[in-house]
Design a protein around this ligand. Structure first.
Ligand code: FE2
Ligand code: FE2
Length: 313
């Protein structure tokens, strides 16, 4: 199939590993999937400390489940990416650990305080749901298929984040103030979640023409604002004055994009932000710590033998 045929035929779940697809399509789909998979893994690293730090057993269990879900999402997406024949899962994981793999802006920033957790679990996962729901109609069938399970679980994450936000915002004055402060810190990053506006986004046109993406960055950001502005206010959060948000008067909102720090966004995107290295290094250490398991499984695959006594120790 050539690229013109791909554009003509593109539709929801149209292409699978059975199709003979041009390299350009397979590369674009790999880029999207790898970015998404890396983001799931890096998101889990922000959640993990709260398995210990959360204030009750129920919350600890919820953080434990969410962390496992995110890692699972990453693994499913690496498999969906691998089926495009451009890069293996091992190559993608190695690139993530050595700093070449790219991932979502929000996961480059440290999350240290409990009051910050709903900023990810409610707002970032809410934003992710917006994008991921549209990816159920992606033209790469393994991607769309993975989204069925992922969206279901993301829905649970948003509920978990909303429950923490509700609890904090109906708690003590101190809790409310700390949550508001965390919100002000995270709000601009959350608005940048969807990436640059469409005319600055280099990969957008092609991805849309071949059906990998069905909605533009701006459409998704606006849809997110329309839903989440009222929710933030419902829980008593005050929307900061900067970046300015235009109220269109009909229940729809738009952010004044020039008020957002795009220079910081692009530094983050290139893994060059001051926090990026710390997050990537924690991933690299984890990758290194389980290298022996990978080596053992590789040995098993090539010899067909079970684990050697030493490796099993
Ligand atoms: Fe996820
Ligand atoms: Fe999630």
């Amino acid at each position: 199939m050539n690229i013109e045929e791909v554009k003509q035929q593109a539709g929801p779940r149209e292409f699978s590993p059975r199709d003979d697809l041009p390299r350009e399509y397979r590369e674009a789909a790999t880029r999207m999937l790898e970015f998404h998979a890396n983001s799931e893994i890096m998101g889990a690293y922000l959640e993990r400390p709260f398995i210990r730090k959360a204030p009750s057993l129920e919350r600890k269990m919820a953080f434990s489940a969410k962390t496992q879900d995110e890692i699972g999402h990453g693994q499913m997406l690496y498999r969906a990416a691998e089926s495009l024949g451009i890069k293996t899962r091992d190559e993608m994981l190695a690139d993530l650990a050595n700093g070449d793999g790219k991932f979502l802006n929000c996961f480059h920033y440290p999350m240290e305080r409990y009051v910050e957790t709903p900023m990810i679990a409610f707002f970032v996962d809410g934003a992710a749901m917006r994008r991921q729901a549209t990816l159920k109609s992606s033209s790469w069938e393994p991607y769309a298929h993975a989204m069925d399970k992922i969206c279901f679980e993301e829905g649970m994450h948003v509920k978990h984040g909303e429950s923490i936000l509700r609890e904090l915002m109906s708690g003590s004055k101190k809790e409310q103030e700390m949550t508001q402060e965390a919100f002000e810190e995270w709000w601009p990053r959350i608005l940048q979640f969807f990436g640059p506006t469409d005319d600055q986004s280099t990969h957008h046109d092609f991805a849309e023409q071949v059906g990998l993406k069905t909605k533009s960055n701006d459409e998704l950001r606006n849809a997110f604002l329309n839903t989440y502005m009222p929710k933030a206010e419902k829980y008593g959060l005050e929307i900061p004055d900067e970046p300015r948000i235009r109220d269109n008067g009909d229940g729809t909102y738009e952010v004044v994009e020039d008020d957002l720090d795009w220079e910081e966004f692009f530094t983050v995107s290139k893994n060059e932000y001051e926090g990026s290295k710390q997050q990537i290094d924690s991933r690299a250490r984890a990758q290194e710590a389980v290298q022996w398991v990978r080596d053992m499984l590789d040995g098993q695959a090539t010899t067909g033998d079970g684990p050697t006594p030493q490796a099993a120790d």
